[in-house]
Design a protein around this ligand. Structure first.
Ligand SMILES: *Cc1c(COP(=O)(O)O)cnc(C)c1O
Length: 422
């Protein structure tokens, strides 16, 4: 194996990293952080330095790294078969996972799981299903999706077309559907009748918008939105790619307001953060709208090569088993309280379950990234969103680890003069 300095040089020569200004990355003075090992909430770099994983490896990790139960489940599945096609075939891990996911949403409304391999395609599937459903079930004029300002639903063109953050929108869309972006619930009431009659679905990140910088929706907003959708028989699509799997304190964010949507999109934490897998859950009503003779053209012609991969499903089943075996949700309240207790006095603090964020009030928009770099020196990894800094540890985090994370963050803020010495 080449030494790490050679690897770093090769990286700069051949790689192109997501969401990364590459000129700065490739500059001679930049030493890329190479993560070589993980255990629980701790990650180790190429020099042996240890860090706490303060954003759960970009909002994916749930039970910590190298968890023996998830590793064993993946290894066991690997001994049987790694991946076979889900187009025209099926397998036990996907069948069991679909059943377990549906059982997590009592009430009987959600009955179907459609697997893909990332959050953007989970959203894409829901949007395509919603549009195609109305097209072939009596409301073909419904060509419009309503999304919200500052929303983020992923990076494929279709998912990005729903976004409300100009930076992430790319080249927009011209796929024969319209997207209307609204500031909030109140704007729905004054929607022009033509727009209302054309609306196929409303999509939202429930309780909290992630990429917008951890923006909290007012309490009750989701419930009211659900009522509005029911009233007009418009589909509600919930993007729980970030909030799913305990992140907000309950298994799914929608449960906090007693809402069951028509589409529930899951990805990041689904496999505990080990492998790419996503699910779009939906209802029997939607499913029924796609049944017919093949010649009628009602089939959902959409899917990805790695849809429902056995390895991903095995990891997801192991993760859900851990939720039960280790009482993950039951153990969250003291952790949530500790984050609040230690962070509440920091600038712009807000929190939703295990997601805590602060925003530095500074015209210097590089401050957030410099704070994160300073935090790295203090043994904490996280990624800024502008001047917003997020702490979203794996749910397995211990109270002492939370203390160390917040101490590292505070030290970084002090280093950069963003917080005065205690
Ligand atoms: C990360 C994210 C997505 C996109 O998921 P990918 O797996 O990165 O495509 C969509 N919606 C939300 C709310 C997200 O946080």
């Amino acid at each position: 194996m080449p030494p790490f300095t050679d690897l770093a040089a090769l990286d700069k020569q051949h790689l192109w990293h997501p969401f990364t200004p590459m000129r700065q990355w490739c500059a001679p003075e930049h030493t890329p952080l190479m993560l070589v090992e993980g255990q629980g909430c701790t990650l180790r770099d190429q020099f042996g330095k240890e860090y706490l994983d303060g954003n759960a490896s970009i909002w994916t990790n749930i039970h910590g790294h190298a968890h023996p139960a998830i590793n064993a489940a993946i290894t066991q599945q690997l001994g049987k078969v790694a991946h076979t096609s889900f187009l025209g075939f099926t397998h036990e891990p996907a069948i069991r996972l679909a059943k377990e996911l549906i059982d997590l949403l009592p009430g009987g409304k959600i009955t179907r799981a459609f697997f893909t391999d990332n959050g953007s395609t989970a959203i894409e599937s829901a949007v395509r299903m919603a549009l195609q459903y109305w097209k072939q079930n009596g409301r073909p004029h419904r060509d419009t999706l309503i999304a919200f300002d500052r929303a983020y639903h992923g990076d494929t063109l279709g998912a990005a077309s729903l976004g409300g953050i100009p930076l992430f929108k790319g080249s927009g869309n011209d796929f024969g559907y319209r997207v209307i972006t609204l500031p909030g619930l109140d704007a729905l009431a004054s929607l022009p009748p033509d727009d209302l009659s054309r609306t196929a679905a409303v999509i939202i990140e429930p309780l909290i918008q992630g990429a917008a910088g951890m923006r909290l929706w007012p309490q009750g907003m989701l419930k009211s939105l659900d009522h509005w959708c029911h009233e007009h028989d418009i589909f509600l699509i919930l993007d729980e790619v970030m909030t799913g799997f305990g992140r907000t304190g309950t298994m799914f964010a929608c449960q906090q307001e007693g809402v069951t949507p028509d589409f529930l999109c899951l990805a990041k934490g689904l496999t505990g953060g080990y492998l790419p897998l996503a699910a779009t859950l939906t209802t029997e009503r939607v499913f029924d709208g796609f049944l017919g003779h093949p010649s009628e053209g009602r089939t959902f012609f959409y899917g990805h090569s790695y849809a429902g991969s056995q390895l991903g499903c095995a990891a997801a089943l192991a993760s859900l088993q851990l939720f039960r075996d280790e009482s993950i949700l039951e153990n969250l309240p003291p952790k949530i309280a500790r984050l609040r207790e230690l962070m509440a006095d920091l600038p712009g603090y807000r929190q939703c379950g295990m997601i805590a964020a602060i925003t530095l009030d500074s015209p210097d928009l590089t401050l957030g990234s410099r704070v994160c770099l300073a935090a790295r020196a203090h043994g904490l990894l996280t990624r800024p969103i502008g001047n917003t800094i997020v702490l979203m540890p794996p749910l397995c985090v211990t109270l002492p680890e939370i203390d160390r994370m917040v101490t590292a963050l505070r030290s970084a803020l002090i280093d950069l003069g963003a917080l005065s010495q205690p």
